[in-house]
Design a protein around this ligand. Structure first.
Ligand code: SF4
Length: 295
């Protein structure tokens, strides 16, 4: 169950600040400064209203998020990263989805709760932090009690995250890369490693280590890491960072499902699947560092 909101004025104030940060837009590290309320778009490709590509109970997420009713996922179109191997490129880069307003988004959350989902899982929320925060507030005022999962690519500004404190129960960021040359080449984000580390630190400050009760996550940090061919993701450095700078009790999902999608075929070094031995070495290393490894 989500933590109840105690100081509603401060959350309303946070929503206002997030709205201001959207016009001109400085919500994420791209700092596009576009006026999204005027219908203009920046790197993420979405104006100020959310575009939802799908919503419903999802049973393919980490078991601690699923439970008997599934994870109540809401997939948002658009993305502030430019990953050339994106598996959801039709949503992220082609922006397929239906535009909805804040009231409709809050109703969607309540509908997922009525379907007995274990949580509300917001997929790719970073560029929509303002309407999402407002919708959470609206839904909580109408008895939404499920934990809110912020399922992000991990390219998040600390300033924006600070304004979400108390609204998000579970942060689930990717940690994609530890080398800026690689993040520049494959996601058009040379500063990803430093931004990502600062964001994960802030997320952990807010919610702490993941707390799991009766097999279901209630609150905390759950990191996702996709292993890329030839250790291009810098997996071992990411594990060291989590163990030494965040917490030795961090939950990490070491994902082995890399396959070339979208534009990956144009890059020989990632135009193949990851190899099983390398993935095993990453998992073993995380286990040796005593992290809570989910595979
Ligand atoms: S949220 Fe979108 S428009 Fe705003 S700074 Fe980021 S990429 Fe640019």
């Amino acid at each position: 169950m989500s933590v109840p909101l105690t100081n509603k004025d401060s959350f309303s104030n946070a929503v206002k600040q997030l709205q201001e940060m959207t016009n001109p837009c400085t919500l994420c590290p791209r700092q596009c400064k576009t006026h999204r309320s005027k219908g203009r778009i920046g790197f993420c490709g979405i104006a100020d209203l959310p575009k939802v590509s799908s919503a419903g109970p999802h049973f393919g997420e980490e078991p601690v998020l699923v439970g008997p009713g599934g994870s109540g996922t809401i997939f948002f179109a658009g993305c502030n990263l430019g990953c050339v191997f994106c598996q959801n490129y039709d949503i992220s880069h082609l922006h397929q989805g239906r535009e909805i307003n804040v009231e409709q988004l809050s109703e969607l959350m309540l509908d997922l709760q009525s379907q007995q989902c274990s949580n509300i899982n917001l997929v790719t929320p970073t560029h929509l932090a303002a309407p999402i925060a407002e919708a959470i507030l609206t839904a909580k005022n109408k008895a939404l009690t499920l934990p809110i999962v912020y399922n992000t690519g991990g390219y998040d500004s600390v300033n924006t995250l600070e304004l979400l404190e108390g609204l998000i129960d579970i942060y689930m960021p990717d940690m994609k890369y530890s080398d800026s040359r690689v993040s520049k080449k494959f996601s058009d984000a040379p500063d990803y490693p430093e931004i990502n580390k600062a964001a994960v630190k802030e997320m952990h400050r807010q919610v702490g280590d993941l707390k799991v009760t009766n097999g279901i996550a209630e609150r905390g940090l759950l990191v996702r890491h996709l292993v890329l061919p030839d250790d291009l993701a810098g997996s071992f450095e990411i594990i060291d960072f989590l163990a030494e700078k965040i917490s030795p009790h961090t939950f990490i999902n070491v994902m082995d499902q890399y396959r070339p999608c979208y534009k990956a075929r144009q890059f020989p070094e990632i135009n193949r699947r990851g190899d099983t031995e390398q993935i095993e070495r990453v998992i073993q290393y995380a286990v040796e560092k005593a992290l809570n490894v989910i595979t």
